[in-house]
Design a protein around this ligand. Structure first.
Ligand code: NAD
Length: 305
């Protein structure tokens, strides 16, 4: 089987070497397409691929249609909004992600962002400390839970909400369950967002929630820019000069936000939450192992469609 790694933003070299080793040891052929600029390059590369490993690369209906031999695509990472799942299903292709493999990298970034904003983006201005403050975690999955543990170690009070995780399980994991999103936002000095981008969550965080935050609060987004209603966020920041926004996923209106709000808004220049060599290796190798196992035993654990 030909297993193609196609990444616009490449894996660390150590991850690529590890993927190649796993693929070749299992008797498969390894192929690599990195830093491609045109979709046509991806379309040509998938033409004879049996399996595909991607990162944030878009696997659209067009890509799937150009890959007649494709049997499995694995998104090395957690969020899978870059995969057209109905198109994969229509072509009999199994789609998977690698949940949990990059969570620590993202959780560390969320904590770093909180402190960065509390200390006025590392300028000499007088900042605040996170110890003793309340952190609200929106979605208590792999990343959210790790953020909670780290925040607890920093002396923060941790609250969380997740529509698919019972309050008892949230409590057992060491966080206080919030009764509603409104309560989470209105009682948290920081809210860290970890919801996936889905039709239900897109643009779900806007004026109504952000403007409920307590004085001096910060919204931290290491999830997806799509979950924010940018106009609503802008309005809330305009009305409330004490609020701040920090994100790993630059909003479309970033220039306007930074011009209006200066140090109250920060966005990483390029998504970097999972960009550590550890996360690259964990997610890349997991993707390779899942594909090799799928071909060897038919294992479809982590199937998304
Ligand atoms: P996860 O799947 O482990 O957790 C997601 C949580 O969201 C789950 O607990 C689930 O119950 C909850 N959820 C699902 N649908 C929801 C909804 N409609 N409303 C509210 N909650 C809902 O994922 P994770 O590893 O914790 O990652 C969370 C998100 O972070 C990913 O979906 C991805 O978009 C983003 N992410 C970003 C980076 C980055 O580089 N910045 C890296 C990894 C993940």
């Amino acid at each position: 089987m030909k297993i193609l790694v196609a990444t616009q933003k490449p894996f660390a070299k150590v991850a690529v070497d590890g993927i190649k080793e796993i693929v070749e040891k299992a008797g498969h052929e390894f192929a690599l397409l990195e830093k491609y600029e045109q979709t046509s390059e991806l379309l040509a590369a998938v033409a004879d691929a049996d399996a595909l490993i991607v990162r944030s690369d878009k696997v659209t209906a067009e890509v799937v249609a150009a890959a007649p031999k494709l049997k499995i695509v694995v998104r090395a990472g957690a969020g899978f909004d870059n995969l057209d799942l109905p198109a994969c299903t229509a072509h009999g292709i199994v789609a998977m992600n690698t949940p949990g493999q990059n969570s620590n990298a993202v959780a560390e970034l969320a904590i770093a962002m909180m402190i960065f904003m509390s200390r006025c983006q590392f300028t000499p201005a007088t900042g605040t400390e996170v110890q003793g403050k309340t952190l609200g975690i929106q979605a208590f999955g792999n990343v959210g839970r790790l953020v909670g543990k780290k925040a607890e170690a920093l002396g923060m009070k941790v609250k969380a909400i997740d529509p698919f995780i019972p309050a008892d399980a949230i409590k057992a994991a060491g966080a206080e369950p919030a009764a509603s999103l409104e309560e989470l936002y209105s009682t948290s000095d920081f809210v860290s967002v970890h919801i996936p981008a889905t039709p239900e969550t897109i643009k779900s965080i806007g004026y109504d929630l952000v403007s409920k935050m307590p004085k001096g609060a910060t919204l931290v987004n290491t999830a997806r820019k799509e979950v924010i209603d940018e106009a609503g966020l802008e309005k809330a920041l305009e009305e409330r000069p004490d609020l701040k926004y920090v994100t790993d996923v630059a909003p479309d209106n970033l220039a306007a936000l930074q011009e209006k709000f200066g140090l109250r808004v920060f966005a990483t220049p390029k998504k970097m939450g999972a960009q550590t060599s550890e996360a690259n290796v964990n997610a890349g190798l997991a993707a390779a192992r899942q594909i090799v196992d799928f071909f060897a035993t038919g294992n479809t654990r982590f199937k998304l469609n």
